[in-house]
Design a protein. Sequence first.
Length: 457
Amino acid sequence: MSRLVVVSNRVAVPGENRAGGLAVGLEAALGARGGLWFGWSGKVVREDSGRLHEQEAGDVKYVTMDLNRADHDAYYNGFANRTLWPLLHSRLDLVDYARETRAGYRRVNMLFADRLAPLLRDDDVLWIHDYHLIPLAALLRDRGVRCRIGFFLHVPMPSADLVSALPEHGRLFGTFFAYDLVGFQTVRDADRFRTYARIFGGASVDADGVVKLPGGGSVAVGAFPIGIDAHRIAQQSAAAINKSAVRALRESLSGRRLAIGVDRLDYSKGMPERFRAFARFLERHPAERGKLTFLQIAPVSRGDVAEYQHLRDQLEGIAGHINGTHAAPDWTPLRYVNRNFPHPTLTGFYRLASVGLVTPLRDGMNLVAKEYVAAQDPDDPGVLVLSMLAGAAAELDAALLVNPYDLDGVADAIARAAAMPLAERRERWESMMRPITGYDIHAWCRAFLGRLTGSAG
Ligand SMILES: O=P(O)(O)OC[C@H]1O[C@H](O[C@H]2O[C@H](CO)[C@@H](O)[C@H](O)[C@H]2O)[C@H](O)[C@@H](O)[C@@H]1O
Ligand SMILES: O=c1ccn([C@@H]2O[C@H](COP(=O)(O)OP(=O)(O)O)[C@@H](O)[C@H]2O)c(=O)[nH]1
């Protein structure tokens, strides 16, 4: 079997515990197969960017690269997270059009290519991840790299019209055509990419959905919805009930039911709208006051970026207002916690919650939705309230699907979830578990790599 080389900005180096679905997913996939994982070290240094660090754990070798402040600001805080992230999440109002950050993004991608190329062999299979590294295959090809190269976009692919709002979009999005395979979270994302390739790349699309480029050459395109390690999460959540943090949470509820939200503090996750929808639930269903406590876990993310700082301020204001308005001397309706929790603890929290609230305004997949379901007690499962604008909604259509902008709709879904009879809860849970266990993180990895290498997978 060829060596697998995975490249992503975020690397889950052993011992690191940081929220984010990409790292969680790749950790499970690489851990099972072994290989090399290359990416940013997570360190911002004073000296020049580019110093490499190596370590090994099990069959995985980690090679990570430091970035200095200027590069990190332009590439990660700048073009990746202030230009591409809002663009790809359909937030044109938040897109930063600065040219300097674009140059920094290209500079860092070139540095990735310079450092990675000498480590590669012709028979490697190279799998590059996410919007931070779109041009990397083209830059590696310039450096003589000949192995198969695939790319997976973890975030949504917006419509061609939306992409065209990015100045010189063709220079960046045209570099997708250097890959052998480009994968997306949903069929609709893949179709939007094909449409972009036809309109702006002059490409045609054959009956198998392969993009045929005008100058010859082709790019295979497919939908590969990322999964979770469902079996592990089910085991962890059953065991987590004995963890002190989980026991403490259960005792603190004094017999009340729990609704839970778990998200990086990111404007794509729809937390202000979710908080308001919870308040609307208390107003529209007054008999429910005091019976359901909402715990929102929201670890700070991309805290150097102004839009994320603004969101944090905004959420503190809304949370304070909701508790000021609705709390009773013996009940706080909303608990808002800016802390990152290790996975085993989170799975115990999920299992305690009768309602899982996953209401992003736009999300590539949303692994929390799948984790919440996998962590439930099969004999007494909770109910997932899920945004129809999350990639996960394509598979989890037995959730209570909501429009996250429709506060009354979300409020009523919370009420329905909290009151749902056991038989319906079980039926919905079993239906959601079928895709979650049938197409888990290992199947995702096999499906993508099977297509990339032309094997059955
Ligand atoms: O690396 P960070 O800047 O700290 O951000 C964390 C990750 O956020 C995004 O995750 C996406 O990937 C998930 C797994 O496929 C998916 O479920 C979710 O919908 C996406 O938002 C980002 O795309 C990653 O690159 C980041 O590492
Ligand atoms: O305190 C936390 C909060 C979140 N997560 C994990 O971070 C990932 C978030 O992935 P998701 O796809 O939902 O969204 P992303 O953050 O990647 O946009 C999930 O595996 C969560 O369990 C975590 O480990 N600790």
